[in-house]
Design a protein. Structure first.
Length: 221
């Protein structure tokens, strides 16, 4: 039986899908959007029902948010805001129907990118990877709710458990994200501790032609 906090959590999730004009989506999508909004507002990691939800539905998204919060780097949060703002500005030039909460809709469109970066964190990869390395379910469409009646996707999701992923996340058909290529910004690379190996190599490279065997302090001019 759900407690009061969990009931409110899902009420907010359903409200989000209505506010972004996507009531056909599973409430899990609204829950993910609300979690990102909450973390961004409080500059903190997901807690309580938010953490439990992401542990089951999207470990990569959880890894992204937790790592960002742990870093304490304000530039990382600003980079997240910029990603969301970019998606918020896109509908102005397109044919997309307006919705009551365009900022929340922009967060929803950003989720695949955040999950892709989060998977890179989980994998410890040197290069940014796509959320395709995590998913075994095709990208969602407006008819996903009806298409989910087929048994093949369920069977593959139950068996796969994400090959090659050390975290072995528990996949669920409720929160299905599009497959996108992700390129973290410099601020995200720093805040999320990505690409340190390359930076370390650059730091140890001699700045001048004399290298590590150059003149010692106090030597001849």
């Amino acid at each position: 039986m759900k407690d009061v906090g969990e009931e409110i959590f899902w009420q907010n999730a359903r409200a989000v899908t209505r506010d972004i004009g996507m009531s056909h989506l599973d409430p899990a999508h609204g829950a993910a959007v609300e979690i990102v909004r909450w973390c961004l507002r409080h500059r903190g990691r997901p807690t309580h029902h938010r953490q439990t939800f992401l542990e089951a539905e999207s470990p990569p998204l959880l890894a992204y948010l937790e790592t960002l919060a742990t870093s304490g780097d304000a530039a990382g949060w600003r980079s997240l805001e910029q990603r969301i703002r970019l998606h918020a500005e896109l509908p102005r030039d397109g044919d997309m129907q307006p919705c009551r909460r365009p900022w929340l809709a922009a967060i929803w469109h950003t989720l695949p990118e955040l999950a892709g970066i989060g998977q890179t964190i989980l994998d410890g990869a040197d290069e940014p990877r796509s959320v395709a390395d995590f998913e075994v379910v095709p990208a969602p469409t407006d008819t996903d709710a009806k298409a989910s009646d087929g048994g093949d996707d369920k069977g593959s999701a139950g068996k796969a458990g994400s090959a090659g992923t050390t975290a072995k996340p528990k996949l669920s058909p409720r929160l299905v994200l599009s497959v996108v290529a992700v390129v973290p910004t410099e601020a995200e690379m720093k805040a999320l501790d990505l690409g340190d190996d390359a930076d370390a190599k650059n730091d140890t490279t001699p700045d001048g032609p004399e290298g590590p065997t150059g003149p010692k302090p106090g030597g001849s001019k």
